[in-house]
Write a protein that binds this ligand. Structure first.
Ligand SMILES: *Cc1c(COP(=O)(O)O)cnc(C)c1O
Length: 425
């Protein structure tokens, strides 16, 4: 499609946008009397209005029913988490029994690594990407130490080639082959948080299997953003947070995936707790741990219902809209943003550079822009003008025109604000 950098053109795109009305379903911060242009849904998604109702419902049930709410609440708490299995499995391409909600993201990765990183003398290495999100680096380092191993021997990082902004799939595949039968686990972020690069999850997962390694994915920036087929791609495990593209609120419960083939394998060590115990017998207070034979069997504690409630509201919206519609708009609006950035750069003779891959298969909602000029002052100016973006050292801003609540007009308006900042570009 040939784009134009005009208000009329942007409005035309909005009129033809089949999911444009979902913008009304969210609460926006107000700056200078106007709704902000919100480009940080990759960090913390906006609040769905429906989430407020869902949380209020739990507060009301708690007030009126107290402990009886476990069984008699509008949505009973004892199996509240099961309401997620169907709709969330559609978001990540899984079977309903392969998905659960529990804890928070890094905690879930720790729990899953207890089950799926079982190093032996021969096979003990973990392959991850260099400069992974810090929490993932600490996770991997400490898991390795938990097994009495030295991170320097056990952790192999895939590197970018000098002068390049993104990882090459071929380099990852080569690294997997090279480590071969020493490779215990491949654990990578499915979408790189810094550049927005989408990894080829299918191909990398298949390669890991080929050398006999386990494959896990951190899908923090992937869930609700890109097309996933975790079951078909034969991924062993994955986890994601709910507060980025999935709009469930700060620190809300995380999602986790465990492939069906592992469910009834009693050899796999799990850290036990009563919520993972045979559901029908949970309240019999039996001595022996008998885990549920589904992803729910990885639960430990009774979950915070107040954290699940906004997530459920959001997951139901995803089900209504469907990932295909979200991805179709995502591709178009991200391309429009890229176009507007290029147009403004040309007109204002500005020097910045999008470092996110340009192909739609290799990116999601996020464009990371490397600023060569006075980056920090541009960032401050945009925030003051009601454009919410984020800053990553040393000089990158990340812009995510999240399809559920960003309009094409927002993107156009952003360009006009950027143009006014031309002297600091
Ligand atoms: C956001 C993010 C996290 C955050 O972890 P929490 O446990 O939810 O605090 C971890 N890893 C990656 C890759 C992330 O993008």
């Amino acid at each position: 499609m040939k784009f134009k950098n005009t208000l009329a053109f942007a409005r035309q795109l909005d009129e033809n946008d089949s999911i444009g009305h979902y913008k009304q379903a969210f609460n926006f911060p107000i700056v200078k009397g106007k709704k902000v242009i919100y480009f940080t849904g990759n960090s913390l998604g906006l609040q769905p209005k429906r989430a407020v109702d869902y949380v209020n419902e739990v507060m009301k049930d708690w007030a009126e029913l107290a402990v009886e709410g476990h069984f008699y609440a509008e949505k009973p708490w004892w199996d509240y988490h099961e309401r997620f299995c169907e709709p969330l499995s559609e978001v990540v391409g899984a079977l309903p029994e392969e998905v659960t909600v529990m804890n928070t993201l890094t905690v879930n990765l720790h729990f899953l690594m207890i089950s799926f990183y079982r190093p032996t003398e021969q096979r003990f290495k973990i392959l991850c990407e260099e400069k992974a999100f810090p929490s993932d680096q600490y996770l991997i380092q400490t898991q390795v130490k938990l097994h009495g191993l030295n991170p320097e021997d056990a952790i192999v990082q895939i590197k970018k080639r000098p002068g390049e902004h993104n990882f090459r799939t071929e380099d990852i595949l080569d690294a997997i082959s090279e480590i071969g039968d020493e490779l215990a686990l491949v654990l990578i972020g499915g979408v790189n948080y810094y550049t927005g690069q989408v990894f080829d999850i299918k191909t990398i997962s298949a390669k890991a299997k080929e050398v006999g390694a386990t494959i896990g994915w951190d899908l923090a920036h992937a869930a609700g953003n890109i097309k996933l087929e975790l079951h078909n791609w034969d991924v062993d495990f994955a986890a994601w947070c709910s507060y980025k593209y999935m709009n469930a609120g700060p620190g809300s419960a995380s999602g986790a995936f465990v492939h069906k083939k592992h469910h009834d394998n009693k050899e796999i060590i799990r850290l036990g707790g009563w919520w993972g115990h045979n559901k029908e017998r949970r309240f019999l207070m039996e001595e022996d741990y008998d885990p549920i034979l589904s992803a729910n069997g990885w639960q430990v504690s009774n979950p915070s219902i107040l954290s699940l409630a906004p997530y459920l509201a959001s997951v139901e919206m995803f089900r209504e809209v469907g990932m295909d519609a979200i991805i179709a708009k995502r591709n178009k609006i991200t391309s429009y943003l890229e176009y507007v950035l290029e147009e403004i750069a040309k007109e204002e003779n500005a020097s910045y550079e999008v470092i996110t891959p340009s192909s739609q298969e290799e990116r999601g909602s996020q464009l990371s822009v490397l600023l060569h000029g006075k980056g920090r002052s541009l960032f401050t100016y945009l925030i003051q003008e009601g454009v919410i973006i984020d800053w990553r050292e040393p000089n990158v801003v990340r812009l995510a025109p999240v399809p559920l609540y960003t309009s094409y007009e927002d993107v156009y308006n952003f360009g006009q604000i950027l143009r006014k900042a031309s002297d600091i570009l």
